[in-house]
Design a binder for this molecule. Structure first.
Ligand SMILES: [Zn+2]
Length: 80
């Protein structure tokens, strides 16, 4: 076999050149997966993390705004 042999990528369901492949541990044992799909998954999960953090921050600031608004209303009622 030459160095340009193709290896089956379990993630894509097709073969890639061996130079683009990495052997990784899965629940089902060691499998070959292409670097591209590994990087894509990493990127996706970090984007998802960033998105989740942003949503959490928005939720927090919305909560704080709501709490402040309620405190203001209660203060108005108390003094009114
Ligand atoms: Zn692949």
């Amino acid at each position: 076999m030459s160095s340009s042999e193709n290896i089956y990528c379990y993630h894509c369901g097709r073969q890639h050149p061996s130079g683009e492949m990495r052997r990784i541990d899965t629940k089902g044992g060691k499998k070959w997966r292409c670097i591209k799909s590994i990087e894509a998954t990493k990127k996706n999960s970090s984007q998802r993390d960033a998105f989740g953090k942003t949503v959490t921050m928005i939720n927090k600031s919305e909560n704080q705004a709501r709490i402040k608004a309620r405190l203001n209303a209660e203060r108005l009622l108390a003094t009114g």
